[in-house]
Design a protein around this ligand. Structure first.
Ligand code: ZN
Length: 260
């Protein structure tokens, strides 16, 4: 089976549509979402509906939690964006109560973790599934942190949250897709790995293109691998939409160009 993995869409509809169209060209049987569907960007309602329609399931990210429940530990810009996002859902509830009810049910039941065999899926880390960040620098600076996280993993864990695409291995290495042959990571049964498909709607790894990954478990030899993908989208369109909304800080648009 070929499974597309998306994460950290952050209400960026242009990026999400470009990624979904690209996934359609790669013979995937299903799409999974690792959370942060909403928060920061200009099109939360449409993004939530597209994920509900196209994904087999989605996890709950810290920004989904912040919008749906309470924006805890957010900076002012993120908190303002969370309250604005919440209001978009509430306004649509008044205007279109039937479709909104379906949407609230989808959002209200987002799980914090999923397991399929010895593959685990969380937004942050297995220790703190919503909130803990695992950064590439941690592989060098915090080997004890990485080891503690790997203790909770049987084989492979898929995470989002940092918006940085790549693979951690349990010998404390981090591999960027550019460092892998064909941007592809062969999953070794002897080595544990943590895989981040990158961010659809707000990449922070210096490459402004939308990111996603494909988990391919269809090899006849029983070998699984992860392919990393990037896709161009209309960044300026998203920036314009953000700039046109007073309560979304212009920075949330401008940062998309820099991918920081
Ligand atoms: Zn995020």
């Amino acid at each position: 089976m070929r499974t597309a993995l998306i994460s950290d869409i952050h209400s960026n509809l242009s990026a999400l549509e470009a990624v979904l169209a690209e996934i359609d060209k790669h013979s995937c049987q299903r799409i999974l979402c690792l959370g942060d569907i909403i928060g920061y960007g200009p099109n939360p309602v449409q993004c939530a509906d597209a994920v509900a329609e196209r994904c087999e399931w989605s996890l709950l990210g810290n920004h989904d939690f912040g919008v749906l429940y309470e924006p805890t530990n957010f900076n002012t810009i993120a908190e303002q964006a969370a309250y604005w996002t919440r209001e978009q859902f509430e306004r649509d509830s008044r205007e279109n109560p039937d479709s909104a009810r379906k949407r609230w049910n989808f959002l209200g039941l987002l799980p914090v973790r999923k397991r399929e065999g010895d593959y685990l899926f969380v937004h942050g880390t297995p220790r703190k599934p919503i909130n803990e960040y695992l950064f590439p620098e941690d592989a060098i600076n915090s080997p004890a942190k990485l080891a503690g996280i790997f203790d909770r993993i049987d084989r492979v864990c898929f995470v989002g949250h940092t918006h940085v695409q790549g693979v951690f291995t349990d010998d404390s290495e981090f591999w960027k897709p550019d460092e892998l042959t064909d941007h592809s990571y062969p999953i070794d049964p002897q080595t544990k790995a943590i895989v981040n498909p990158g961010s659809v709607g707000q990449p922070r790894d210096g490459d402004p293109r939308a990111a996603f990954a494909i988990l391919d478990t269809s090899g006849g030899d029983g070998k699984h691998r992860v392919e990393f993908h990037r896709v161009e989208y209309d960044i300026e369109d998203t920036i314009r939409r953000i700039h046109s909304i007073d309560r979304l800080n212009d920075f949330l648009g401008d940062r998309l160009r820099e991918a920081r």
